[in-house]
Write a new protein. Sequence first.
Length: 252
Amino acid sequence: MSEIPRSKILLPLYIYPHPGAWDPLHAAVVAHPSIDFIVIVNPNSGPGAPPWWPNTDYTREIPKLKACKNVQTVGYVRTNYCMRAIEEVVEDIATYAQWSHEPGIDKLGVEGIFFDETPNASPDKGNFEYLSAITRRVKETEGILGNRTVIHNPGTVIDSLLADSGPDIVTVVEQTFETFREPSYQDWLKTSCCSRSQSCFMVHSVPSKHVHSLARELRDVAAYVFVTDLRQDYYQRFAHSWGDFISALAED
């Protein structure tokens, strides 16, 4: 029996860090050092700004996560399908970069950027040029730490031109379980130009009894995964199926 390849967890952590709110994540990170977690932090549909930021709840909880070697954080930035002013996107990147220089706060800086609402095609090359520019900006920004991971989230298959815009990871699937299982959807996925090593699959609204088996199944096709039985607010709270998902990623 061949070994199932390992996958990392790409977790949209859009949960406000009240004391104890992130405890399920802390527990999983500590209990499973063999699982790598890429955690998307999203204080305020982006990094937030003064006077709200620095926010004491985030500056307390993020360093706790990053004290574990199997956690990498990336900052959330909205692109509105390349219609958001690129200057605003660049400003968000710069704000996240400043986190690594916050006085008196260690382990706050992010190791990359998660670009949400990216398009899946670039018919006139405009989207390609936009995504290439913001991807380069992350890679060149001092203050973004580590490998400066860039994630694009179209939530669907992208054309080969956008795949060449430089992302390290592409969220090829962000879909319900019901749609994910449709034969026509699976045929569409087969057209993806992204390799397993570049692909992220996020599937929500999964029947609880299928969470574990689906998570194991996805390890074969995506190096980054997230599976939940929640049907709404699936990035704003931890599901009852969280433990089943984690165990499926931890198994050999």
